[in-house]
Design a protein around this ligand. Structure first.
Ligand code: SAM
Length: 222
């Protein structure tokens, strides 16, 4: 449950309910995911000037040429990461690309522990303040190039990447548990596919899910 936040009153419940209805219409079914979306104040993850647009089904700029992903994509990736009903829920999740922190905040309410990495320090600092304000204490963050994962805490039950590499980084595959799930966009700016990779005892199974458009996964940090 998210702690009270002074900005929470800024958007009416009606605006949020409209977003939930749209997500359902677009095929999001997981009730726990929908509940977390309803209770998470998305408007505090964007600049105040954009707060009134925060619940629209669109990506929005967060500075440094980066974006907060559209609600549908965040919901879709979360649903895929959690798996089908009857499958074990992931407990320990790595996210690559903290950005605004919205996706981390959603995950933190659904799994036990979230590790998140971001290459742009200024974004990570802002996200860290938001986690604190919301009382989310199960998110550990690191300023690093997440293409290398976060090996000290590996293996992970699930990994989510919110920026697109041309090829899946080997380090992320290696840091998945057997049975673990990696949700990742792959491709260049012109052509990207959202993929689900599952680690099996003998290798990796890949499934192509949707066409998507993410910012690029870049090397190094700033
Ligand atoms: N999950 C974010 C959110 O909810 O706002 C999405 C942010 S944006 C689509 C992707 C983020 O990935 C950007 O903030 C970008 O700086 C970050 N990024 C790109 N390459 C990275 C890398 N190698 N390691 C860590 N973060 C990276």
């Amino acid at each position: 449950m998210i702690a009270n936040h002074r900005g929470i009153g800024m958007t009416s419940m009606r605006t949020r309910e409209r977003m939930i209805k749209r997500l359902k219409d677009e095929g999001i079914e997981n009730k726990a995911v929908l509940d977390v979306f309803r209770n998470t104040p998305r408007h505090i993850f964007v600049d105040e000037a954009l707060a009134s647009r925060a619940y629209e089904d669109t990506a929005l700029p967060i500075g440094h040429s980066q974006t907060i992903s559209q609600p549908y994509i965040v919901a879709r990736m979360t649903e895929v990461l959690l798996g089908e009903q009857g499958e074990d829920l992931p407990r320990k999740v790595l996210e690559v690309g903290t950005g605004s922190g919205y996706q981390s905040a959603i995950l933190a309410q659904l799994v036990e522990q979230v590790y998140t990495t971001e290459r742009i320090r200024a974004l990570l600092l802002q996200a860290q303040n938001r986690f604190f304000d919301l009382g989310l204490r199960n998110i550990k963050h690191r300023h690093s190039d997440g293409s290398w994962g976060w090996p000290e805490n590996a293996p992970y039950d699930a990994i989510m990447v919110t920026a697109s590499p041309n090829e899946i980084p080997q380090a992320l595959l290696e840091q998945l548990k057997i049975g673990g799930r990696l949700v990742i966009p792959v491709g260049d700016y012109a052509e990207q596919r959202l993929m689900l990779v599952t680690r099996t005892a003998s290798g990796y199974e890949e499934k192509v899910l949707d066409r998507v458009r993410f910012v690029s996964l870049l090397g190094g940090k700033q």
